[in-house]
Design a protein. Structure first.
Lengths: 167, 573
């Protein structure tokens, strides 16, 4: 089962290393990890997707809190959340019908972000299963390069995750 | 405000933190700090290997209840601390380790004696710091001491570059308490958690308290005894919990787990409630968790939330200070009577007594259990005993009966051979008026025996009892039980320990018969300097009872009948 953990951390050198080291040491496999800024200066936000059961997700949350630089942790598995993943996919257009590719683009809300003589690069954004599905349709057409950002996620509704209470 | 170098700030901070002794070894990247040290009222103990510095600081902290400080240079100096830091981490011992680092502009260029000690110690410290600017030295050190001793204690490493030590800045001590956004060790105990816990306690008919080192670290000994008496519950102790309840107390059951006495483990297996106080259900304590205390509800009190539901699922849990929690319990609970349960546990002790080595006829051979039990009797149970790891460690736990907290210091979680001698030196420095015994195997002693020289140079008096069976005894025991007596790499030759003592100008004795024990122990106690005693004990004796690793807690290997006790010559090879 996938668990999406969101951690607000202090933006200090080595914090990413501390978090990654924790997952390695406790033998949890990270499926994706993204880091970026938040609206609050000095606070970064990590979205970590792991494959684990509920008890293990609770253990990881407790371990994350043991890290001095970790301010807040939320397991989005238990709350309705918006999740997005972004992929850039370079597909060859040589040797097959360009129209087939454009049909996929049209039907899946993908965007063409670059075109070369032999290739076309698409941007796909959406819930991770949507991105998976689009990539599945592109595979028969010939993917020659791909990158995914990994998931970012946020709780739905009016409540916000904030480090303000850790002041 | 006045001008200080980084090195001076370092020592100013240590003095403000109440540090009087540091254990260390100088070197290039920490030289500015060593130079400044001479101007401050700090005792520096020069070790023979940095591992010894970390263990001494650890023993100092555990014996005295304060923070231990170890100091080393960059590179190999820092990496030599690693075993000692990991030992302190596993046993939640408050250490601050200070290392020199190569100058900031050389970091990342594989400079001479450069190593990424921050990266290396990431998983074995509570937190660590790399300080590259003089103005960051005080905040890092203040936070390090705060982190090391608060909440669940642990080691913190502060790595300071040479240029930060050399640079100067306007400085004054900041007396404000440390505040860290992401660190909240002082959690309030919620009333709903308390209500759940007390409901379990009231409903129990066969309760057992499992007391760990948290009892000692939160200073909850008196409250624990009062609580146990109030709810009439027996107390089983972890290895690191020994001394948390007086061994002579009627409700004390003794040590639980792999080498716990049979009645302790049976009581746990048959209990209807386990009250785990400041302990973490280590695998050496539980055996197979799938068959562990199946009839018991579990109430877990620990200051570290990540310990709740980690190894054993809790039916109720309280995260917080144990002493405060017990006070809350004492306020709301009414007296209980579990006479039949206690009598039942007592009835299980009978059959153990006949197998106890103390009840075996004296065959002329010297048994480790005899030696340790005699030391207990002669010291009236009042010594601070520091043990290493292995058979002697378990025999000590079984045959030296600890009455007070901080009277047993041992490497429990990491199981670090070589711990005893340096930790004993640290313990003696922390408590100069205490009688300190290092009880150590012939294998473990040789791992850090160079620290004997430190004891001699520093004029520190510890009594070192080497339980010498000519084997790496615990490994040999496992080979005997589980590997068909194929003694791969366990027979062990030792130097002449009496001559080794003599080479240091210290007294050394060899004992190979029980009648000599009393006299030699008394001579050691009467000597002002460190004494080494080579006890030549039965070579192939084993620690009983034993729960094989991963087996059910009630499935113990029991001591064989006297007639089948293996007896071999007393001379090590």
């Amino acid at each position: 089962m996938h668990h999406t953990l969101v951690a607000l951390v202090e933006d200090k050198p080595g914090v990413l290393n501390r978090v990654a080291s924790l997952f390695r040491r406790r033998a949890f496999n990270i499926e994706s990890l993204t880091v970026g800024r938040t609206a609050e200066p000095g606070v970064s936000r990590m979205t970590i997707v792991i494959d684990s059961d509920q008890a293990s997700a609770e253990r990881v949350t407790a371990y994350l809190y043991k890290l001095v630089n970790v301010l807040q942790v939320e397991d989005l598995g238990a709350t309705p959340a918006v999740a997005r993943d972004l992929a850039l996919v370079k597909v060859t257009v040589a040797g097959h019908d360009r129209a087939a590719l454009l049909r996929v683009v049209d039907e899946t809300r993908a965007h063409i972000v670059d075109t070369g003589e032999q290739t076309m690069t698409l941007e796909i954004t959406g819930e991770p299963p949507h991105v998976d599905a689009v990539i599945g349709r592109l595979e028969p057409l010939g993917i020659i390069e791909m990158v995914r950002t990994g998931q970012v996620a946020m709780r739905r509704g009016d409540t916000a995750l904030s480090a303000a209470q850790c002041s | 405000m006045s001008k200080r170098t980084g090195s001076q700030i370092l020592w100013e901070c240590l003095v403000h933190e109440g540090v009087t002794t540091v254990f260390g070894y100088p070197g290039g990247a920490i030289l500015p700090a060593y130079d400044a040290m001479l101007d401050y009222p700090i005792r520096h103990v020069l070790v023979r290997h940095e591992q010894g510095a970390a263990h001494m600081a650890d023993g100092y902290a555990r014996a005295g209840g304060g923070v231990g400080v170890a100091i080393a240079t960059s590179g190999p100096g820092a990496t030599n601390l690693v075993t000692g830091i990991a030992t302190a981490m596993m046993d939640s011992s408050p250490l601050v380790c200070i290392t020199g680092q190569v100058p900031t502009k050389l970091i990342g260029y594989d400079a001479f004696q450069e190593t990424d000690i921050g990266g290396i110690t990431l998983p074995i410290t509570k937190h660590n710091y790399l300080v590259t600017r003089v103005n960051d030295i005080m905040p890092a050190l203040k936070e390090a001491f705060h982190l090391a001793k608060s909440g669940r204690p642990g080691p913190v490493l502060v790595d300071i570059t040479k240029d930060a030590q050399q640079a100067s800045a306007e400085w004054e001590w900041d007396p404000r308490p440390v505040k860290l956004r992401g660190y909240r060790p002082d959690r309030p105990i919620t009333s709903s958690d308390l209500a759940k816990a007390t409901a379990l306690i009231r409903a129990s008919r066969r309760p057992v308290i499992l007391a760990g080192q948290g009892v000692i670290q939160s200073g909850a000994m008196n409250e624990l005894v009062a609580f146990a008496e109030l709810v009439d519950a027996p107390v089983a102790l972890t290895l690191l919990g020994l001394g948390g309840v007086p061994a002579s107390h009627r409700l004390n059951l003794g040590m639980m787990g792999m080498h716990g006495e049979a009645w302790v483990n049976h009581a746990i297996q048959e209990a209807d409630l386990l009250m785990a106080f400041g302990m973490r259900f280590d695998d050496r304590v539980t055996g197979n968790t799938k068959t562990y205390a199946l009839h018991a509800k579990k109430l877990h009190v620990d200051i570290d939330p990540s310990e709740i539901n980690k190894n054993v699922a809790a039916d109720a849990a309280i995260v917080g200070d144990l002493r405060e929690t017990l006070k809350d319990f004492l306020d709301v609970l009414e007296p209980a009577d579990h006479g039949p349960w206690l009598a039942y546990i007592d009835s299980m002790k009978g059959d153990v007594a006949v197998r106890d080595i103390q009840n075996l006829p004296d065959s002329g051979h010297l048994y480790a259990a005899h030696v340790i039990n005699d030391i207990w009797r002669i010291t009236e149970g009042k010594a601070v005993v520091v043990t290493d790891v292995g058979q002697h460690q378990m025999w000590e736990a079984q045959y030296y009966h600890h009455e007070t907290p901080r009277s047993l210091i041992t490497s429990g979680g990491l199981g670090t051979m070589g711990f005893a001698l340096p930790a004993a030196i640290g313990a003696k420095i922390a408590r100069p008026n205490a009688e300190v015994w290092a009880i150590v195997g012939d294998g473990g002693f040789q791992m850090t025996q160079a620290e004997l020289t430190t004891a001699a140079q520093e004029g520190v008096k510890v009594n070192v009892a080497i339980i010498n069976n000519g084997y790496l005894g615990m490994v040999r025991q496992w080979q005997e039980f589980f590997y068909e007596r194929r003694y791969a790499a366990t027979p062990l030759r030792s130097p002449d320990f009496v001559k080794l003592a003599d080479a240091h100008g210290l007294a050394g004795f060899r004992v190979d018969a029980r009648p000599q024990v009393m006299d030699v122990v008394q001579q050691a106690r009467a000597t002002d300097s460190t004494v080494l005693i080579d006890f030549r004990v039965e070579q192939e004796d084993s620690v009983y009872p034993m729960v094989p690793a991963g087996a059910d807690l009630h499935a113990m290997i029991r001591r064989p009948e006297p007639s089948v006790l293996a007896e071999t010559g007393a001379d090590p090879i």
